[in-house]
Structure formats: C-alpha cells, structure tokens
Design a protein around this ligand. Structure first.
Ligand SMILES: C[S@@+](CC[C@H](N)C(=O)[O-])C[C@H]1O[C@@H](n2cnc3c(N)ncnc32)[C@H](O)[C@@H]1O
Length: 260
C-alpha cells in the first residue's frame, strides 16, 4: 500500500486518479526518474563521501540513485518513497544486482522519514520537487538528517530567466538562482558543488522519455479504451511540462555540506 492518498500521488504524477494504477506501466522504460545517478556519484566523489558511508535517499523512486551510490561507495543506503510500486521495483532491482544487503527500501512519506532520520553521512533529495517545501525549508529538513559535516544532495532547479514564478503544477516553489543559493546556505551550511544540467542535454533526454511514455500510453489506450481520454491528457501534460523544463527552468544538482 502506498504512503500517500491516491489523490496526492495522482497530483504528483499529474495523472487522473482513475489511471494512477497505470503509472508503473507508463514509466516502465524510465529507470532514473528525472535524475542522472552517475553524475551524482561523480559529484559525491570530490565532496568526500567516505567508503562505507550511511546514506539516506528521500523519494528514491525505483532506486536508481540509491543503487549507484551504494555500488560506488560501498555505502549502505536507506531509501523511502510514497509510491509502493516504485518501492517494489527498487527492492527487486537491488536483489537483481546483489545489493539487497546494502540497500533497504521502504514505503513512507519522505516528510515522515526526514523527521525521524538522524546521523547519516549524506542525504539525497533528488527530483522530488517541493515535497519538503521551498529551498530553505528543504535544507532545514535535510540538515537534521545528517551529522555535522554530512552532505546534502539537492537535485532541483531555479528560474532560468529570473523574474516571476512558474504557474505549472510542481514548479511554483522555484526562485531565481541567487535567491535559491541564499536560501540553501542561509543556515550556515556550505555550497561545495553545483552542476548545471545543460538545457540542450535536458531537452534531448526529455524528448526520449516523452516518446517512450507516448508509445506506452498509445498501447494502453488500445488495450483499455475506457482510459484513452485520461491517457491522452497525461501525455499532453507531460509534453507541456517538457516545454516548461526546456524554456523556463535551469536544472541543477547542488552538494551542500552541513556546518560542523
Ligand atoms: C521524479 S521521481 C524521482 C525518483 C528518484 N529520486 C530518481 O531520481 O529516480 C520523484 C519521486 O518522489 C516520490 N515522492 C513525491 N512526494 C513524496 C512524498 N511526500 N513522500 C515520499 N515520496 C514522494 C514519488 O513517488 C516519486 O517516486
């Protein structure tokens, strides 16, 4: 059973609640859900994540980032996500690659996980939008989960052209870069790395994903014609989101070190 009401999960995935159960199939070809696990590993290496580290992955999805970090650093990773089918996928994948002793995944609202977690060497908050609020609230929640000197990885974005906010669902919390960085460091922590994802790379990546989703949606609509309208609506929303991402958002991955 998932850890949030269907309506909340449907809103997060931007689907009509009547097709929430089809989300795993719609996204079956997408393993890392909007993230680049290898890039996160490359950022954590110079940041000094120790071998054998204890890592927390909030909103772990199907476990793509958690497994990459577990493998690269011989780390033990705890990962939580509110959507049960993704957690099941993560558990299966960990077993398949021989990392089920190192990785523990369970279904939970990440806000509950974050409120209880303490003493990790690093916490990952990757592509979960505003689940913990804006940049300031997100860091305030994350820093309590790591030890002094621990690392916080935030993969999100900022307004590409500054100025006014974005009305599209899930993007209303974004600020211009300067405000975002100030908010993330306002409690005295240090920004030690920032990687901006080039817009062209992101656009190409998004195009591949949207075409895969579109193909899945078409075959589902043939099989389940009663859901054809909701499926078409979902694909249209995904395309509209790609427009927003391509033109109005600069995606970024930040590594922040908690003050001692
Ligand atoms: C775009 S996916 C990213 C998943 C993963 N971090 C990755 O990079 O592959 C966002 C995930 O956040 C989860 N999520 C959103 N809000 C949540 C919440 N309040 N508690 C737990 N998980 C949440 C969703 O279920 C989804 O799997």
């Amino acid at each position: 059973m998932s850890a949030l009401p269907d309506a909340a999960l449907a809103a997060f995935f931007q689907v009509d609640p009547s097709i929430l159960h089809l989300v795993p199939e719609l996204l079956s070809e997408v393993w890392a859900l909007g993230s680049d696990p290898e890039q996160i590993v490359r950022q954590l290496q110079p940041a000094g994540l120790p071998t054998g580290a204890r890592v927390l992955d909030l909103g772990c999805g199907k476990g793509a980032v958690a497994l990459a970090v577990a493998e690269a650093f011989a780390a033990t990773v705890d990962g939580t996500d509110a959507f049960a089918p993704f957690v099941d996928d993560a558990v299966r994948r960990a077993e398949a690659v021989g990392l089920s002793r190192e990785c523990c995944f369970w279904c939970e609202d990440l806000r509950k996980t974050a409120a209880a977690a303490r003493g990790y060497d690093a916490v990952l908050c990757v592509s979960v939008g505003h689940a913990l609020g804006g940049a300031r609230d997100t860091i305030a929640a994350l820093r309590r989960t790591v030890r002094p000197g621990g690392l916080m990885v935030v993969d999100d974005g900022y307004l590409a052209q500054g100025g006014g906010g974005i009305a599209f669902p899930g993007y209303g919390h974004l600020l211009p870069r300067r405000e975002t960085v100030l908010a993330m460091t306002g409690l005295g922590d240090q920004l030690i790395d920032e990687r901006l994802i080039p817009q062209a790379d992101l656009a190409t990546q998004n195009q591949v994903i949207i075409e895969a989703i579109d193909a899945r949606a078409s075959s589902l609509a043939t099989r389940l014609p009663q859901h054809a309208g909701a499926l078409a609506d979902y694909v249209a929303k995904q395309r509209a989101e790609c427009e927003v991402l391509d033109n109005r958002v600069q995606r970024a991955t930040w590594v922040i070190q908690r003050a001692s």
